[in-house]
Write a protein of this length. Structure first.
Length: 317
């Protein structure tokens, strides 16, 4: 086992690095921290407090790279002010690795996890402190996994204040088989919300839950056992689910609450099932639109629309 630690610290910082067992921990103000590990059974932790009350120049960056199996990498960044760039990146290559990023009370922070291998887990949490004195506005989260039996989840909460006109985005891209993905975006509200999931392989599962403001969710799955669920509890809305056949077991469900809404489920073939529920309000020159297109096989489709404005529904089988 070989472990390398590289720490770059400015401002007031306390850095503690422990090489035994491949453990690295840093605590700091405005800083850069990097941990690079090769081997199995390593643990790496970077903990940064990024508060910047005087708007000093600089930034906070944390990077963990792990090559090997059964490694765990964790980055925690909290208490930011939105005036400095804040980034967290974990790259892991191997099997049975775990990567976790927690960003709390940070504005315009970004988190990226990239994993190659099997039986890996990736989790990104972007939210606000329990005191709710600082919100997480305009954060972005991205997870990319290649391999088999991987699991990815992104949880964003409070990621856009009611008076802000900023972005919030979550993206998961999985290549391989037996992978699962989940995205939750819950807001104060969550304004320019987007969530994207791409999956490629067998035994796929994807879940997106969104609450508030402009909303967009896209799930793409190719193929086989397929399941996708999108819940938007909603404002301007839009959800698209695409699943593909030969032989995809399919099942897709979109559930949208009030405001404009548009939902599309396309399942060209295999065993199919699809459901869209829209509960009204509409406008933006009228929408509420729902389309389900299934190009045969066993088929079942259901669209339910209630409440005001433009409602129309199309099912093709």
């Amino acid at each position: 086992m070989q472990t390398r630690h590289k720490l770059y610290l400015n401002a007031i910082a306390l850095a503690v690095t422990l090489a035994f067992g491949g453990v690295g921990t840093t605590y700091a103000g405005n800083n850069d921290a990097t941990i690079d590990q090769t081997g199995g059974g390593n643990t790496a932790t970077i903990d940064q407090t990024t508060h910047n009350p005087f708007n000093a120049p600089g930034g906070a960056t944390a990077d963990i790279t792990q090559n090997g199996n059964i490694n765990a990498g964790t980055i925690v960044q909290d208490n930011g002010s939105g005036t400095i760039p804040i980034h967290a990146t974990i790259n892991s290559n191997g099997d049975a690795n775990a990567a976790t990023v927690v960003q709390r009370g940070l504005d315009n922070a970004s988190a990226t996890i990239d994993q190659t291998g099997n039986l890996n887990t990736a989790t990104i949490t972007q939210d606000f402190p329990a005191s709710a004195t600082a919100f997480a506005d305009g954060d972005t989260a991205s997870i990319s996994q290649t391999g088999t039996a991987n699991n990815a989840s992104i949880h964003q909460m409070g990621t856009s204040c009611g008076l802000c006109n900023d972005h919030t985005s979550a993206s998961i891209d999985q290549q391989g088989t037996s992978n699962s993905a989940a995205v939750n975006q819950i807001g104060f509200p969550t304004q320019r919300t987007t969530a994207t999931v791409h999956q490629n392989g067998t035994l796929l599962v994807a879940t997106v839950n969104q609450s508030g403001n402009d909303n967009t969710a896209t799930v793409t799955q190719t193929s086989a056992s397929n399941v996708a669920t999108v819940n938007q509890n909603a404002m301007n809305s839009t959800a698209t689910v695409t699943q593909s056949g030969a032989i995809g077991q399919s099942v897709a469900s979109v559930n949208q609450g009030g405001a404009w809404n548009e939902a599309t489920i396309l399942q060209p073939a295999s065993l199919n099932d699809a459901s869209i529920v829209q509960s009204g309000v509409g406008t933006g020159a009228a929408p509420n639109v729902a389309l389900i297109s299934q190009a045969s096989r066993l088929n079942t489709a259901s669209i339910s629309q209630a409440g005001g404005a433009g409602n129309h529904a199309t099912i093709r089988q």
